[in-house]
Design a protein around this ligand. Structure first.
Ligand SMILES: [Zn+2]
Length: 483
């Protein structure tokens, strides 16, 4: 059976680095404000109000287009996209369109991703600039089971970029890595802090085994994107296997339940009645502006990965994973500068830290607060001086991330003292006293030492470094042998 999967994404990113909304002077930092206090006649769509374009938003959009190698339009055209929904006070959204002679701010471009060592290129179809809608809050946390909805217009009118890909993604995992990479590019450009709730949302179009495509709306994070798509692939393959028909429909991701459900509203492109916004005449985008922005672009993830692989000797793969998260990469560079051993630090961050951050359900910034440079360097120092084994080092990272505990505290609690040399010496002496025959055997035959090492490891419940135990036993035996 043909089980090919085709996935395309529409990503909505708030330009969180702006101070004000796209067409009015209301503040962009709406999250802290009580509902419906961050509004004015323009973003509430009151009669007689006129939008005034925020120029900084255009500069940010141009920077994103340059970073994705897209072609930038020579003018900015806004359209009205009509639909009736409670979160849209004007009953239309100011957006852009790519048909009927209209054009979005940029078209084309690509993002290269590395998925578990495999290189893939994902083509970008277009980049739009548009305004965000308000937010609907459900008393039961989701649409399901809620008897009414509440509307908050604080978010209405925030500048959004809509970045649409071609259906080039083949697996849910690729979709996750793409979204992480895109988020990292936006963070390096200082366009968006994607860790803020609702700052980056994705709609996914997915088609399985050549069947009609299904759209999943409003997925809030790369991790949820992977989960929602895994759920959809399995659901659609089951329908295909049992001879059923997959309907072209829109579904919603219900994060709390880990499922998608069919949406009752069907939206068709024609119903939006796009037309140029008469309140916003075309704005030319000058070549000088584009060139000036191009000159000031910061180091982007791909360049940074190449530099990191070379400068720190961590290998191309590790570098490609580190740059997926700007903050993680910053943390890696800071910590490597403070305590050295970049290879060990990259391995701790990628193989241990990310896993426990996921498990704890916290974001990377909160994880970094728990495994700060200071704490991470202490652990590296303990390990390098032989106080703790690699196994114990991993255990420390787990506890630090899950429970926010300082490594020094762990040591004083006794979790590390078993790895300390003086404590180990005491245990070795105990084992030697208890096993005189094995001691005699070991003095004659060095291979017999393994039995004694095993006894010490048993007493430490596996928490000591076997290499260090072996060294201490051999030192003690040579002292015995010379007596
Ligand atoms: Zn406003």
């Amino acid at each position: 059976m043909d089980s090919d999967v085709l996935i395309g994404l529409e990503v909505h990113v708030q330009i969180t680095s702006l101070k004000t909304k796209l067409f009015c002077r209301c503040s962009c930092s709406y999250r802290e404000n009580p509902p419906n206090t961050n509004v004015c006649p323009i973003c509430l769509g009151l009669p007689g109000s006129l939008p005034v374009l925020n120029k900084r938003a255009i500069e940010k959009a141009v920077a994103v287009a340059l970073a994705l190698n897209s072609s930038i339009s020579d003018k900015l055209l806004f359209v009205r996209k009509h639909y009736f929904y409670p979160d849209l006070p004007k009953n239309y959204q100011i957006s852009q369109y790519d048909r009927y002679g209209l054009t979005p701010i940029a078209t084309g471009g690509s993002v290269a991703i590395d998925v578990d060592g495999l290189n893939r290129v994902v083509r970008i179809r277009r980049i739009n600039i548009e305004e965000d809608a308000g937010r609907i809050a459900y008393p039961e946390k989701s649409i399901l089971g809620s008897r009414y909805a509440l509307v908050d217009y604080n978010r209405a009118g925030i500048a959004l970029l809509e970045i649409v890909t071609e259906p080039d993604l083949r697996t849910p995992r690729e979709a996750r890595v793409f979204l992480e990479k895109l988020g990292s590019i936006l963070e390096h450009l200082e366009v968006a802090d994607t860790s803020l709730e609702g700052a980056m949302r994705a709609d996914a179009n997915i088609s399985v085994a050549g069947r009609p495509r299904v759209e999943i709306k409003n997925i809030g994070s790369p991790k949820d994107l992977e989960k929602a798509l895994n759920y959809e692939v399995a659901r659609q393959l089951n329908i295909v296997k049992s001879g059923g028909v997959i309907e072209r429909e829109t579904r919603h991701w219900i994060k709390e339940r880990g499922i998608t459900v069919a949406s009752r509203v069907k939206e068709l492109e024609g119903e939006y009645r796009y037309f140029p916004d008469p309140d916003l005449p075309p704005v030319p985008i000058g070549r000088e502006l584009i060139e000036a922005i191009a000159r000031s672009l910061p180091e982007l993830p791909d360049q940074r990965a190449r530099r990191i692989a070379k400068e720190y000797g961590v290998g191309d793969y590790m570098a490609s994973v580190l740059v997926l998260h700007k903050k993680l990469c910053d943390h890696f560079e800071n910590s490597s500068k403070v305590c050295g051993n970049p290879r060990l630090i990259s391995s701790i961050l990628i193989n241990e830290f990310l896993r426990w951050v996921d498990e704890a359900g916290i974001d990377i910034s909160s994880g970094i607060a728990r495994l700060s440079t200071d704490r991470l360097c202490k652990l590296v120092q303990y390990f390098e001086s032989g106080l703790i084994s690699i196994k114990l080092l991993k255990e420390y990272v787990r506890i630090a991330v899950l429970e926010d505990i300082n490594p020094e505290e762990l040591r004083s609690k006794g979790l590390t003292t078993l790895g300390e040399e003086s404590e180990l010496e005491r245990l070795v002496d105990e084992v030697l006293r208890e096993n005189p025959k094995a001691v005699a055997d070991s003095i004659r035959d060095p291979k017999a030492v393994n039995f004694l090492v095993g006894q010490v490891m048993k007493k430490t419940r596996g928490r000591a470094d076997p290499k260090l135990v072996n060294e201490i036993i051999k030192r003690r035996l040579s002292e015995y042998g010379s007596k």
